[in-house]
Design a protein. Structure first.
Length: 182
């Protein structure tokens, strides 16, 4: 093989080296093992340090400097007022219904006089009839007052249509006779 650079100088050819050289595979029989490259630990150390710095920065940024953000707790809602205790209005109911019932029974006892013509009545009959109407209206007023008070305290309603109707008729007749109602 002709070496253009001359004998003894390596050339560009990659052929088999001449026999008899030590450490070169060939006829000597033993192949040369390449020695492993020495590993430099610097890139490994720098990489691990960089990763630790990134993790540390992330923790510092997300942790807000180690101070937890103040959390405002909503104040507990105010306790609801306990339901009002039931008021004992049985006495008011009893007195109110008693007075209204008494006024209604008196009104029914004078219904015949309600239909009569006032011109045919004598003066003493008119005076008696007028005082009876005044007593009936007073009973209804007293009874309705008790029932209204019981209603305000307990919130219960009462059936008073019959009493109101009788009171209205008695009041109209009383006004015809010259009386004044409230």
């Amino acid at each position: 093989m002709n070496n253009p650079r001359g004998p003894g100088r390596p050339g560009l050819s990659r052929g088999i080296p001449p026999p008899g050289r030590p450490g070169v595979p060939g006829r000597s029989g033993r192949p040369v093992r390449p020695s492993p490259a020495k590993m430099n630990p610097l890139p490994l150390i720098l990489g691990a340090t960089g990763v630790l710095l990134v993790v540390l920065l992330f923790l510092l940024m997300s942790g807000n400097g180690g101070k937890p953000a103040p959390v405002e707790e909503a104040a507990p809602p105010p306790k609801a007022a306990p339901p009002p205790k039931p008021v004992d209005v049985s006495g008011l109911e009893r007195e109110g219904l008693k007075a209204c019932q008494e006024g209604l029974s008196k009104f029914r006892s004078i219904e015949s006089k309600m239909a009569a013509d006032l011109a045919t009545m004598s003066e003493p009959e008119k005076a008696t009839f007028k005082s009876e109407l005044a007593a009936i209206l007073d009973l209804f007023k007293k009874g309705m007052g008790y029932l209204n008070e019981a209603n305000e305290k307990s919130g219960r309603g009462y059936e008073v249509t019959d009493y109101m109707q009788a009171k209205r008729l008695a009041s109209d007749k009383y006004k015809q006779m010259g009386g004044k109602t409230e």
